[in-house]
Design a protein around this ligand. Structure first.
Ligand code: NAI
Ligand code: MG
Length: 355
Protein backbone atom coordinates (compact mmCIF):
# COMPACT_ATOMS: atom_id res chain seq x y z
CA UNK A 1 0.00 0.00 0.00
CA UNK A 2 1.34 3.42 -0.98
CA UNK A 3 1.61 5.84 1.92
CA UNK A 4 1.71 9.59 1.36
CA UNK A 5 3.24 11.64 4.14
CA UNK A 6 1.48 14.97 4.39
CA UNK A 7 2.60 17.84 6.62
CA UNK A 8 -0.43 19.86 7.72
CA UNK A 9 0.13 23.49 8.78
CA UNK A 10 -3.32 24.87 9.68
CA UNK A 11 -2.05 28.34 10.64
CA UNK A 12 -4.28 31.13 11.95
CA UNK A 13 -7.87 32.31 11.82
CA UNK A 14 -9.99 30.33 9.40
CA UNK A 15 -6.90 28.35 8.31
CA UNK A 16 -7.52 25.56 10.86
CA UNK A 17 -11.28 25.65 10.20
CA UNK A 18 -11.00 25.02 6.46
CA UNK A 19 -7.99 22.69 6.74
CA UNK A 20 -9.92 20.38 9.05
CA UNK A 21 -12.50 19.91 6.27
CA UNK A 22 -9.84 19.31 3.63
CA UNK A 23 -8.26 16.61 5.81
CA UNK A 24 -11.74 15.14 6.35
CA UNK A 25 -12.16 14.81 2.58
CA UNK A 26 -8.68 13.29 2.14
CA UNK A 27 -9.39 10.74 4.84
CA UNK A 28 -12.70 9.82 3.24
CA UNK A 29 -10.97 9.28 -0.10
CA UNK A 30 -8.31 7.09 1.47
CA UNK A 31 -11.03 4.98 3.13
CA UNK A 32 -12.64 4.44 -0.28
CA UNK A 33 -9.46 3.41 -2.07
CA UNK A 34 -7.34 0.70 -0.50
CA UNK A 35 -4.34 1.32 -2.77
CA UNK A 36 -3.01 4.14 -0.62
CA UNK A 37 -3.33 5.99 2.64
CA UNK A 38 -2.30 9.28 4.13
CA UNK A 39 -0.05 9.75 7.09
CA UNK A 40 -0.65 13.30 8.23
CA UNK A 41 1.30 15.23 10.81
CA UNK A 42 0.10 18.53 12.23
CA UNK A 43 2.45 21.46 12.86
CA UNK A 44 1.27 24.31 15.06
CA UNK A 45 3.55 26.94 13.52
CA UNK A 46 1.30 29.99 13.55
CA UNK A 47 1.00 33.38 15.22
CA UNK A 48 0.28 31.80 18.60
CA UNK A 49 3.55 29.91 18.26
CA UNK A 50 5.28 33.19 17.37
CA UNK A 51 3.92 34.98 20.43
CA UNK A 52 5.23 32.15 22.59
CA UNK A 53 8.61 31.52 20.91
CA UNK A 54 9.46 34.75 19.11
CA UNK A 55 9.68 32.98 15.76
CA UNK A 56 7.24 31.47 13.33
CA UNK A 57 8.86 28.03 13.24
CA UNK A 58 11.72 26.19 14.95
CA UNK A 59 15.29 26.55 13.66
CA UNK A 60 15.09 23.16 11.99
CA UNK A 61 11.55 23.76 10.67
CA UNK A 62 12.42 23.35 7.03
CA UNK A 63 14.50 20.28 7.86
CA UNK A 64 11.42 18.74 9.50
CA UNK A 65 9.18 19.50 6.53
CA UNK A 66 11.65 18.25 3.93
CA UNK A 67 10.85 14.58 4.39
CA UNK A 68 7.14 14.94 3.56
CA UNK A 69 5.59 14.17 0.18
CA UNK A 70 3.53 17.37 0.27
CA UNK A 71 2.42 20.19 2.55
CA UNK A 72 -1.16 21.28 3.14
CA UNK A 73 -1.11 24.85 4.39
CA UNK A 74 -4.07 26.76 5.87
CA UNK A 75 -3.51 30.49 6.11
CA UNK A 76 -1.38 32.72 8.26
CA UNK A 77 -2.08 36.18 9.65
CA UNK A 78 -3.09 37.50 13.04
CA UNK A 79 -3.73 41.08 14.11
CA UNK A 80 -1.21 40.61 17.00
CA UNK A 81 1.70 39.79 14.67
CA UNK A 82 2.84 42.11 11.86
CA UNK A 83 1.96 40.60 8.46
CA UNK A 84 5.53 40.90 7.08
CA UNK A 85 6.73 38.71 9.98
CA UNK A 86 4.30 35.87 9.40
CA UNK A 87 4.79 36.01 5.64
CA UNK A 88 8.59 36.40 5.56
CA UNK A 89 9.26 33.94 8.37
CA UNK A 90 6.93 31.14 7.41
CA UNK A 91 5.34 31.13 3.96
CA UNK A 92 8.15 32.67 1.93
CA UNK A 93 10.98 30.56 3.44
CA UNK A 94 9.02 27.43 2.54
CA UNK A 95 8.28 28.64 -1.00
CA UNK A 96 11.84 29.81 -1.61
CA UNK A 97 13.89 27.10 0.10
CA UNK A 98 11.79 24.30 -1.33
CA UNK A 99 12.16 25.93 -4.76
CA UNK A 100 8.43 26.04 -5.27
CA UNK A 101 8.95 28.35 -8.17
CA UNK A 102 5.53 27.77 -9.65
CA UNK A 103 2.38 29.14 -8.15
CA UNK A 104 -0.45 27.37 -9.89
CA UNK A 105 -3.92 28.88 -9.65
CA UNK A 106 -6.94 27.57 -11.52
CA UNK A 107 -9.65 30.09 -12.37
CA UNK A 108 -12.68 28.01 -13.20
CA UNK A 109 -16.35 28.77 -12.96
CA UNK A 110 -17.68 25.62 -11.30
CA UNK A 111 -21.05 24.15 -12.21
CA UNK A 112 -23.78 25.54 -10.02
CA UNK A 113 -22.14 28.94 -9.62
CA UNK A 114 -22.82 32.17 -11.43
CA UNK A 115 -20.03 34.52 -12.34
CA UNK A 116 -20.03 37.86 -10.59
CA UNK A 117 -19.74 39.25 -14.12
CA UNK A 118 -23.26 39.48 -15.37
CA UNK A 119 -22.86 37.21 -18.35
CA UNK A 120 -22.95 33.55 -19.07
CA UNK A 121 -19.64 32.44 -20.49
CA UNK A 122 -17.52 29.44 -19.58
CA UNK A 123 -14.53 30.54 -17.52
CA UNK A 124 -11.78 27.98 -17.27
CA UNK A 125 -8.15 29.00 -17.27
CA UNK A 126 -5.09 28.71 -15.06
CA UNK A 127 -2.66 31.32 -13.85
CA UNK A 128 0.95 30.20 -13.75
CA UNK A 129 2.71 32.66 -11.46
CA UNK A 130 6.45 32.91 -10.90
CA UNK A 131 6.83 32.24 -7.20
CA UNK A 132 10.43 32.71 -6.13
CA UNK A 133 11.82 36.02 -7.40
CA UNK A 134 10.57 39.01 -9.41
CA UNK A 135 9.01 41.77 -7.38
CA UNK A 136 9.01 39.82 -4.10
CA UNK A 137 12.60 39.79 -2.95
CA UNK A 138 14.46 40.88 0.14
CA UNK A 139 16.73 43.03 -1.97
CA UNK A 140 16.57 46.69 -1.02
CA UNK A 141 16.84 48.91 1.98
CA UNK A 142 15.72 52.03 3.73
CA UNK A 143 17.66 55.10 4.87
CA UNK A 144 17.25 58.36 6.78
CA UNK A 145 14.34 57.15 8.88
CA UNK A 146 12.04 60.00 9.93
CA UNK A 147 14.03 62.68 8.08
CA UNK A 148 12.68 64.68 5.17
CA UNK A 149 15.16 62.85 2.93
CA UNK A 150 13.85 59.45 4.11
CA UNK A 151 13.87 56.88 1.35
CA UNK A 152 13.20 53.23 0.60
CA UNK A 153 14.35 50.97 -2.19
CA UNK A 154 12.84 47.64 -3.16
CA UNK A 155 14.53 45.82 -5.99
CA UNK A 156 12.99 43.51 -8.49
CA UNK A 157 15.07 40.51 -9.48
CA UNK A 158 14.67 38.41 -12.58
CA UNK A 159 17.03 35.62 -13.51
CA UNK A 160 17.34 33.71 -16.76
CA UNK A 161 16.81 30.44 -14.91
CA UNK A 162 13.77 31.76 -13.04
CA UNK A 163 12.00 33.13 -16.11
CA UNK A 164 12.85 30.20 -18.37
CA UNK A 165 11.65 27.59 -15.93
CA UNK A 166 8.28 29.25 -15.31
CA UNK A 167 7.76 29.84 -19.04
CA UNK A 168 8.63 26.21 -19.81
CA UNK A 169 6.24 25.02 -17.13
CA UNK A 170 3.43 27.11 -18.66
CA UNK A 171 3.99 25.49 -22.05
CA UNK A 172 4.44 21.98 -20.70
CA UNK A 173 1.28 22.34 -18.66
CA UNK A 174 -0.63 23.69 -21.67
CA UNK A 175 0.44 20.78 -23.85
CA UNK A 176 -0.22 18.10 -21.23
CA UNK A 177 -3.70 19.47 -20.53
CA UNK A 178 -4.99 20.25 -24.01
CA UNK A 179 -4.73 24.00 -23.55
CA UNK A 180 -4.27 26.01 -26.74
CA UNK A 181 -2.83 29.36 -25.75
CA UNK A 182 -0.37 31.01 -23.41
CA UNK A 183 -0.95 34.66 -22.48
CA UNK A 184 2.06 36.61 -21.25
CA UNK A 185 1.26 39.30 -18.65
CA UNK A 186 3.87 42.03 -18.95
CA UNK A 187 4.64 45.70 -18.52
CA UNK A 188 7.71 45.99 -20.70
CA UNK A 189 6.58 49.34 -22.04
CA UNK A 190 7.48 50.91 -18.69
CA UNK A 191 9.73 48.45 -16.83
CA UNK A 192 12.64 48.71 -19.19
CA UNK A 193 15.10 46.31 -17.61
CA UNK A 194 13.24 43.46 -15.96
CA UNK A 195 10.12 43.16 -18.05
CA UNK A 196 11.86 43.47 -21.42
CA UNK A 197 14.18 40.67 -20.23
CA UNK A 198 11.13 38.65 -19.15
CA UNK A 199 9.47 39.14 -22.55
CA UNK A 200 12.60 38.20 -24.46
CA UNK A 201 13.04 34.93 -22.54
CA UNK A 202 9.33 34.08 -22.60
CA UNK A 203 9.30 34.64 -26.35
CA UNK A 204 12.33 32.38 -26.81
CA UNK A 205 10.39 29.63 -25.07
CA UNK A 206 7.27 30.50 -27.12
CA UNK A 207 9.33 30.07 -30.29
CA UNK A 208 10.24 26.53 -29.18
CA UNK A 209 6.56 25.78 -28.70
CA UNK A 210 4.89 26.96 -31.88
CA UNK A 211 2.06 24.43 -31.62
CA UNK A 212 0.61 26.51 -28.80
CA UNK A 213 -0.63 30.03 -29.48
CA UNK A 214 1.09 32.95 -27.81
CA UNK A 215 -0.15 36.41 -26.97
CA UNK A 216 1.17 39.25 -24.85
CA UNK A 217 -0.69 41.97 -23.01
CA UNK A 218 0.30 44.75 -20.69
CA UNK A 219 -0.94 43.95 -17.22
CA UNK A 220 -3.33 46.90 -16.99
CA UNK A 221 -5.14 45.98 -20.20
CA UNK A 222 -5.09 42.33 -19.24
CA UNK A 223 -6.84 43.10 -15.95
CA UNK A 224 -9.64 44.74 -17.94
CA UNK A 225 -9.85 41.76 -20.32
CA UNK A 226 -10.24 39.39 -17.34
CA UNK A 227 -13.50 41.22 -16.69
CA UNK A 228 -14.56 41.85 -20.29
CA UNK A 229 -13.75 38.50 -21.92
CA UNK A 230 -12.50 35.93 -19.39
CA UNK A 231 -13.62 33.09 -21.65
CA UNK A 232 -10.72 33.81 -24.04
CA UNK A 233 -7.91 32.77 -21.66
CA UNK A 234 -6.30 29.38 -21.28
CA UNK A 235 -2.91 29.63 -19.53
CA UNK A 236 -1.87 33.03 -18.19
CA UNK A 237 1.85 33.39 -17.44
CA UNK A 238 2.74 36.10 -14.95
CA UNK A 239 5.48 37.40 -12.68
CA UNK A 240 5.18 37.15 -8.92
CA UNK A 241 3.35 40.43 -8.23
CA UNK A 242 1.26 40.46 -11.41
CA UNK A 243 0.22 36.84 -10.84
CA UNK A 244 -0.69 37.60 -7.24
CA UNK A 245 -3.04 40.40 -8.23
CA UNK A 246 -4.45 38.63 -11.30
CA UNK A 247 -5.33 35.57 -9.27
CA UNK A 248 -7.39 37.52 -6.73
CA UNK A 249 -9.16 39.16 -9.67
CA UNK A 250 -9.60 35.74 -11.24
CA UNK A 251 -11.13 34.38 -8.06
CA UNK A 252 -13.46 37.36 -7.84
CA UNK A 253 -14.97 36.69 -11.27
CA UNK A 254 -15.71 33.06 -10.45
CA UNK A 255 -17.29 33.36 -7.03
CA UNK A 256 -14.79 34.83 -4.61
CA UNK A 257 -11.88 33.87 -2.41
CA UNK A 258 -13.81 31.04 -0.78
CA UNK A 259 -13.45 29.13 -4.06
CA UNK A 260 -9.87 29.86 -5.13
CA UNK A 261 -7.27 27.07 -4.71
CA UNK A 262 -3.53 27.12 -5.33
CA UNK A 263 -0.43 25.01 -5.45
CA UNK A 264 3.17 26.10 -4.81
CA UNK A 265 4.93 23.56 -6.93
CA UNK A 266 8.46 22.25 -7.16
CA UNK A 267 8.09 20.38 -10.45
CA UNK A 268 11.41 18.59 -10.07
CA UNK A 269 10.23 16.90 -6.90
CA UNK A 270 13.43 17.51 -4.89
CA UNK A 271 11.37 19.17 -2.18
CA UNK A 272 7.73 18.91 -1.15
CA UNK A 273 5.20 21.12 -2.89
CA UNK A 274 2.68 23.10 -0.85
CA UNK A 275 -1.04 23.48 -1.41
CA UNK A 276 -3.17 26.25 0.08
CA UNK A 277 -6.30 28.26 -0.55
CA UNK A 278 -5.56 31.66 -2.06
CA UNK A 279 -7.36 33.44 0.77
CA UNK A 280 -5.84 34.55 4.06
CA UNK A 281 -6.84 33.97 7.67
CA UNK A 282 -9.99 36.14 7.38
CA UNK A 283 -9.99 37.54 10.93
CA UNK A 284 -13.41 39.11 10.27
CA UNK A 285 -15.12 35.71 10.16
CA UNK A 286 -12.64 33.53 12.11
CA UNK A 287 -14.16 31.48 14.91
CA UNK A 288 -17.68 31.71 13.52
CA UNK A 289 -17.58 28.41 11.64
CA UNK A 290 -18.86 29.99 8.43
CA UNK A 291 -15.71 30.06 6.27
CA UNK A 292 -16.13 28.39 2.91
CA UNK A 293 -13.86 25.29 2.91
CA UNK A 294 -14.13 24.68 -0.85
CA UNK A 295 -10.96 26.60 -1.73
CA UNK A 296 -8.98 24.48 0.71
CA UNK A 297 -10.65 21.21 -0.31
CA UNK A 298 -9.91 21.99 -3.95
CA UNK A 299 -6.29 22.79 -2.97
CA UNK A 300 -6.10 19.33 -1.39
CA UNK A 301 -7.42 17.97 -4.70
CA UNK A 302 -4.59 19.75 -6.54
CA UNK A 303 -2.27 18.02 -4.09
CA UNK A 304 -3.74 14.65 -5.09
CA UNK A 305 -3.14 15.52 -8.74
CA UNK A 306 0.44 16.48 -7.95
CA UNK A 307 0.93 13.15 -6.17
CA UNK A 308 -0.04 11.44 -9.39
CA UNK A 309 -3.74 10.91 -8.75
CA UNK A 310 -5.53 13.14 -11.24
CA UNK A 311 -8.45 10.69 -11.08
CA UNK A 312 -8.95 11.55 -7.42
CA UNK A 313 -8.59 15.28 -8.12
CA UNK A 314 -11.38 14.98 -10.69
CA UNK A 315 -13.51 13.00 -8.26
CA UNK A 316 -13.20 15.66 -5.56
CA UNK A 317 -14.00 18.41 -8.04
CA UNK A 318 -17.06 16.50 -9.20
CA UNK A 319 -18.25 16.15 -5.59
CA UNK A 320 -17.73 19.88 -5.01
CA UNK A 321 -19.68 20.73 -8.17
CA UNK A 322 -22.56 18.44 -7.23
CA UNK A 323 -22.87 20.13 -3.85
CA UNK A 324 -22.81 23.55 -5.56
CA UNK A 325 -25.43 22.51 -8.13
CA UNK A 326 -27.81 21.26 -5.43
CA UNK A 327 -27.45 24.59 -3.58
CA UNK A 328 -28.59 22.98 -0.33
CA UNK A 329 -25.37 23.17 1.66
CA UNK A 330 -23.55 26.43 0.96
CA UNK A 331 -21.71 28.87 3.22
CA UNK A 332 -22.89 32.51 3.50
CA UNK A 333 -20.23 33.92 1.10
CA UNK A 334 -22.00 32.15 -1.76
CA UNK A 335 -25.54 32.70 -0.59
CA UNK A 336 -26.23 29.83 1.84
CA UNK A 337 -26.42 29.45 5.59
CA UNK A 338 -24.47 26.23 6.16
CA UNK A 339 -21.39 25.92 8.36
CA UNK A 340 -17.85 25.08 7.29
CA UNK A 341 -18.26 21.56 8.70
CA UNK A 342 -21.62 21.05 6.93
CA UNK A 343 -19.97 21.73 3.58
CA UNK A 344 -17.05 19.39 4.38
CA UNK A 345 -19.54 16.66 5.33
CA UNK A 346 -21.66 17.22 2.23
CA UNK A 347 -18.63 16.92 -0.07
CA UNK A 348 -17.36 13.82 1.76
CA UNK A 349 -20.78 12.16 1.49
CA UNK A 350 -21.02 12.98 -2.22
CA UNK A 351 -17.62 11.38 -2.76
CA UNK A 352 -18.84 8.16 -1.28
CA UNK A 353 -21.91 8.16 -3.51
CA UNK A 354 -20.04 8.83 -6.76
CA UNK A 355 -16.71 7.16 -5.97
P1 NAI B 1 -8.46 37.36 3.50
O1 NAI B 1 -8.36 36.48 2.31
O2 NAI B 1 -8.15 36.74 4.80
O3 NAI B 1 -9.95 37.97 3.56
C1 NAI B 1 -10.48 38.85 2.57
C2 NAI B 1 -12.02 38.79 2.64
O4 NAI B 1 -12.47 37.55 2.08
C3 NAI B 1 -12.57 38.84 4.06
O5 NAI B 1 -13.76 39.59 4.08
C4 NAI B 1 -12.84 37.38 4.37
O6 NAI B 1 -13.89 37.19 5.31
C5 NAI B 1 -13.23 36.81 3.01
N1 NAI B 1 -12.86 35.39 2.92
C6 NAI B 1 -11.59 34.91 2.78
N2 NAI B 1 -11.61 33.57 2.76
C7 NAI B 1 -12.90 33.19 2.90
C8 NAI B 1 -13.55 31.93 2.97
N3 NAI B 1 -12.87 30.76 2.88
N4 NAI B 1 -14.88 31.91 3.13
C9 NAI B 1 -15.57 33.05 3.21
N5 NAI B 1 -15.03 34.28 3.16
C10 NAI B 1 -13.69 34.35 3.00
O7 NAI B 1 -7.51 38.61 3.21
P2 NAI B 1 -7.11 39.84 4.17
O8 NAI B 1 -8.28 40.25 4.98
O9 NAI B 1 -6.47 40.80 3.26
O10 NAI B 1 -5.97 39.29 5.13
C11 NAI B 1 -6.21 38.76 6.42
C12 NAI B 1 -4.91 38.17 6.94
O11 NAI B 1 -4.55 37.04 6.13
C13 NAI B 1 -3.73 39.13 6.89
O12 NAI B 1 -2.99 38.93 8.07
C14 NAI B 1 -2.94 38.70 5.67
O13 NAI B 1 -1.57 38.96 5.74
C15 NAI B 1 -3.20 37.20 5.70
N6 NAI B 1 -3.03 36.55 4.39
C16 NAI B 1 -2.42 35.34 4.39
C17 NAI B 1 -2.30 34.60 3.23
C18 NAI B 1 -1.69 33.26 3.31
O14 NAI B 1 -1.60 32.67 4.38
N7 NAI B 1 -1.22 32.69 2.20
C19 NAI B 1 -2.81 35.11 1.95
C20 NAI B 1 -3.51 36.37 2.07
C21 NAI B 1 -3.60 37.05 3.25
MG1 MG C 1 -2.55 37.04 -2.68
Amino acid sequence: MREYKIAVLPGDGIGPEVTREAVKVLERIAEMDSSFRFKTKNFNWNSEYYLEHGKMMPEDGLEQLKEFDAILFGAIGDPRVPDPVSIWELILPIRKNFQQFINFRPVKLLQGLESTLKKEVPIDFVIVRENSEGEYTESGGAMFHGETREMALQNMVMTRQGVEQIARFAYDYARANGREKVTNATKSNVMLHTMTFWDRLVEEVAAENKDIDYERYYIDALAAYFVQRPETFDVVLASNLFGDILSDLGSAIVGGLGLAPSGNINPLGEFPSMFEAVHGSAPDIAGKGIANPIAQIWSAALMLEHLGRKDLHDLVLQAIEEVLVEKKVLTPDIGGNATTADVGDAISDKLERIG
